[in-house]
Design a protein around this ligand. Structure first.
Ligand code: ADP
Length: 356
């Protein structure tokens, strides 16, 4: 479907490129043709007059005036010279042949380069459409699991003749979990769609990174306490230009993962280090780690390293890191990851002090 749309748009664009180039080329060819034939006409005419004048012993001036025949009535008019007319016709024929060949070559070259150019012009649009298609497919796939669970549970409950209020309450509780899951997915998808817009604008202001990180730590603290995790912070008071809300969201994503993927009684550390032009935020944990093979993909949308790890605890949808990376990129920053299985993971985020 997308390929058909892309191909037909490419052909249409090629046609318009070609139409414009050929219109210009034909217009120029006509101008060249008419001015050339006029010059040829006048050239042959002049040559013939000089030949006649020489035979008759008439001395003609170097520059012949346009009304030469009225000045020298003895000279024969060009109309009385059939071989001159033949010469002119032959010259016209040659001019037409050359111009047609040139136009043919332009048509061929413009057609090929127009087709290539149309492809290049439409490439980003095709990429965006492909991306959109994948996004919808991935989102639908993610929604299917909680929806199926919900549907099955309701169907079983409806068929259950011995359903009493206590059992029904238990079923509702489970159903609510599926609904919460879908709600969280919808929210994440909305956030991601917002950040994916090319002209997404940040609400840039001077922000205190220490405050932002402390705010994010506060949000994950209850979950960390539940797992008896220690969160150690070493935060300098550094101010940078950025979007407060987005930066906090980005920090929550990294910390939330650190909490999720660190076993009970583990340790999470957050540090800020000011460099010359940028600031480094280092988040390390003593968690399960990420295999080397998986590292290149963890920032991809919907990428989860190991789904089986999520059975016992609430897991995300593989969107957290892709949203976080998008926020970092919008702030002209970068992120690196180092990890070792069963030892832990360290994310190093670099953010510039100033936004251009
Ligand atoms: P999710 O919502 O599944 O956590 P993310 O996009 O946040 O998705 O992360 C993608 C994957 O990267 C996770 O499924 C997890 O396997 C891995 N990951 C991210 N952070 C960590 C971490 N601190 N320790 C171990 N694995 C991590």
């Amino acid at each position: 479907m997308i390929n058909n749309l892309f191909d037909s748009a490419r052909l249409k664009l090629t046609f318009w490129y070609l139409a414009i180039i050929m219109a210009i080329s034909i217009a120029f060819s006509l101008i060249i043709y008419f001015s050339l034939t006029r010059e040829i006409n006048w050239g042959i005419h002049r040559g013939k007059l000089r030949q006649q004048a020489e035979q008759m012993g008439i001395n003609l001036p170097r520059h012949l005036p346009a009304d030469i025949e009225s000045e020298f009535p003895r000279l024969k008019n060009l109309a009385d010279c059939p071989e001159c007319i033949n010469d002119i016709k032959e010259a016209q024929r040659r001019v037409i042949l050359s111009l047609t060949t040139i136009n043919g070559a332009i048509f061929f070259i413009a057609g090929l380069s127009g087709y290539w150019l149309a492809g290049e012009t439409l490439k980003p649009i095709k990429q965006a459409m492909d991306d959109q298609k994948r996004f919808v497919a991935d989102a639908s796939h993610e929604l299917r699991t909680p929806l199926t669970a919900l549907k099955t549970s309701i169907e079983v409950a409806l068929r259950d003749k011995s359903l009493n209020p206590k059992k029904a309450k238990e079923i509702f509780k489970n159903n609510l979990e599926s609904v919460d899951e879908m709600h969280s997915l919808a929210e994440n998808l909305l956030i991601l769609a917002k950040y994916q817009q090319k002209n997404q604008k940040l609400n840039v202001q001077k922000v205190n990174l220490k405050e932002i990180i402390e705010g994010a730590v506060k949000k994950v603290k209850p979950m960390a306490d539940e797992k008896k995790l220690i969160i150690k912070t070493d935060l300098e008071k550094i101010k940078i230009e950025g979007d407060r809300q987005d930066l906090e969201k980005m920090m929550v994503s990294f910390l939330d993962n650190a909490v999720k993927y660190t076993n009970r009684r583990g340790k999470i550390e957050v540090r800020i280090e000011g460099k010359k032009k940028y600031v480094e935020i280092i988040i390390s944990d003593t968690g399960v780690g990420i295999a080397e093979n998986d590292i290149p993909y963890i920032f991809n949308r919907f990428y989860r390293v190991d789904d089986s790890r999520c059975k016992s605890e609430i897991c995300g949808f593989g969107l957290g890191l892709s949203v976080a990376k998008k926020i970092i990129e919008l702030h002209q920053g970068s992120v690196e990851v180092e990890s070792e299985i069963n030892k832990g993971t360290t994310f190093t985020i670099k953010l510039p002090f100033k936004q251009n």
